[in-house]
Design a protein around this ligand. Sequence first.
Ligand code: ADP
Ligand code: MG
Ligand code: MG
Length: 875
Amino acid sequence: MAKKYVYLFSEGNGSMRELLGGKGANLAEMTGLGMPVPQGFTITTEACTEYYAHHREISDEIKDQIFEYLEKLETITGKKFGDPKNPLLCSVRSGARASMPGMMDTILNLGLNEEVLEGLAELTNNRRFALDAYRRFIQMFSDVVMGISKDGFDVILDDVKLRKGIEYDYQLEPEDLEEIIARYKQLYKDDQGVDFPTDPKQQLFEAVKAVFASWENPRAIYYRRMNDIPSSWGTAVTVQSMVFGNMGNDCGTGVAFTRNPATGEKKLYGEFLMNAQGEDVVAGIRTPKTIKELAQIMPEAYNQIIQIADTLEKHNQDMQDMEFTIEKGKLYMLQTRNGKRTAQAAVKIAVDLVDQGLCTIEEALLKVEPNRLDSLLHPQFDPEALAKAEAIAKGLPASPGAASGRVYFNAEDAKEAALKRNEPVILVRAETSPEDIEGMSISQGILTARGGMTSHAAVVARGMGRCCVSGCNDLRVDSDNKVCYFNAIKVNEGEYISIDGTTGRVYLGQIPTVEATLSGDFGRFMEWADQVRTLKVRTNADNPKDARQARLFGAEGIGLCRTEHMFFAKDRILAMRQMILAKTKAERVAALEKILPMQQKDFEGMYREMAGLPVTIRFLDPPLHEFLPHDDDETAITAYEMGISFTELKNSVNRLKEVNPMLGHRGCRLAISYPEIAQMQTRAVMQAAINVVREGINVTPEIMIPLVADAAELGFVKNIVDEEAKAVFEEQGIKLDYKVGAMIEIPRAALLAEEIAKYAEFYSFGTNDLTQTTYGLSRDDASQILDDYFKQRIFEYDPTTKLDQNGVGKLIRMAAIWARQGRKDIHLGVCGEHGGDPVSIQFFQTVGLDYVSCSPYRVPVARLAAAQAEINNRK
Ligand code: ADP
Ligand code: MG
Ligand code: MG
């Protein structure tokens, strides 16, 4: 039997996401539940894959099936495609497995031409409506299918509106629309060299191809990269008979959530526009009415929505985001999906669903994307400073959190400021479009003049956990001149404003922020995660303040304390430089002795802060020349401070310079050249531990040796540690257990994990360096190179932030096995960026590591990701 590439809604169901995409599967499911869904069919994601396999052509087999199902749809609806007397019009909609809001483009009113238009006008007795549908179709088809910029069409529309002195599209008269249509068609012909297509079947076929092609548009690719969606999935195409929200004042279109997507409150929440079609609501062209107002205007439709919302939420056991259209008082459901929500709402909804008996704890834990917790951990405005600040404007609280930053008016300038100059940025736009997505992602916050709570800006900002204020009516943006006005107050590009996405308020200047805490629903939710997970979560912290923050966020120890930061401090660097430039061992030891008490104090601080939890201290890692002055001025000052000549210092600096410092004299190699450094560090660790133990805190020091590549290398350094520790214990008359381990960050160490384990009681995979050294790609130089790789589709993601499971991951997997062969109870962990990345954490769980260690702010994210990994592994 021939492969089936097309399914009627009545042939599918909600479990067929992979094949029908989320939208198609849910439309099928709603059809099965007997809900009012305009009927249609879905062309599968496999057809999309086929399309790409055949050089972007749709095979005859698939084409035949599409037209076969079009006939079936004609039978179901009793209408006919291209028949002026009883025309079938449809929408062509894209839908991937995971929802990608705003990423792919929908075409509405397909099937119209001059004759069908006249027929539709007669049939509906509404010529204005038919003309409006046609002009929308011409514009959408030109833009989405043919790639003709919207701008030209907007100019025509605005021109007519201006001439007629009207503000809104719905005020256009039939003769205005006729003029617009004629001018649109001319624009199309000027651009394409041929007339606008009149054959509905050709329109349909071209539209389906365009949806397939849109899977590879740059926005979609970028969105996939940000959201871990593989490009191999492809998109399905849904062809659905049209219903019309733009037929008059008993019509409308809207969006509704079963719970408030900003706060999680259990109450129908939504917006709609009267006499409007499709994207009008989300595009933020007019500011919509709230769903509550619908109860007054069309109570019957409203009550039906309430009922359907309830059914869908129970059925899908999650908060639903629904799209609906009302045609002449009759309600139609056009979409449902698990709604996007703020992190705050996500946690509240997950907890409420458990309390309301709608799902289990495990299911609830899977409902919150770990990365989203990030926004709950970020600052709010300092209440005192806020009390003194005066709001200059107020918009809709579209995505919570607080941010101060410099104002930029387009994504390019915002990126430039954030990435090149490291500035905090508030992106200020009249309204956002999908092209802004990259600019939004690097901004601290987003402020728009137009658009409701479900506008593109709001949805995307919530998805990113970025704070956002939308629909700020007091704001006028003049992006050409790079200024904006809050009523009479003018703000130029680069000036500071502050926005509060929780209240919708906008302030002039900078307002300081305060840290967040884990409490209430969030605290409960995290306790559930802790009950479920088996993977431990530690933190990377180099100072007591970070350690404290991490413990507040639930860290179970320190997996990486980088000691070089303690050497770089201003009051220590002179001693460090004396150490480096010492001509004799005695001079070097004398210099180190000055550092010893300071370092010891640091370690005591860390141990106290962690109150008995494990602390892994990594010995000095960076190349020595980093401690020396970088230019002549600094050299002159330093030489004076040190009491040596400029030339002498300059020579030393030059001597220590390396061609390739990343692969140079660093890590354990330093301890081999200068054992005194390792001695001093051991002494600092042990004396600190003893002092803290004497205060009654339990400490088992863990010393980690960086950049190990060979067993003998580690053996040499371990020997120094053991001897020095012994000496300290004898002096102090006390003996502590301690552990020595290795950081695995060079492929050779992974390959020799069994042999090296002879000297190591634990390993921590330093995945940052391990990725660099496995790829032979410097992290600091990677971004330019990776940009080209992304463009050429060679890489889909950045291996420095998302673990390369195929290569680096394979090394870790093998090394874990070999390590346990060398030492059965060896303790295995990960430190490095990947330790806080949910997808990577799932992998580490599968490989059987004991813990991950990540930066303090990633700790809650890692705790939840570890719980999800455990739940997924049990399945
Ligand atoms: P997105 O994935 O960007 O939300 P959709 O495919 O949902 O795109 O289409 C956008 C909007 O177009 C919908 O919210 C709906 O209002 C309108 N639309 C889509 N199909 C139809 C249809 N068959 N009849 C009426 N309106 C439709
Ligand atoms: Mg939609
Ligand atoms: Mg390293």
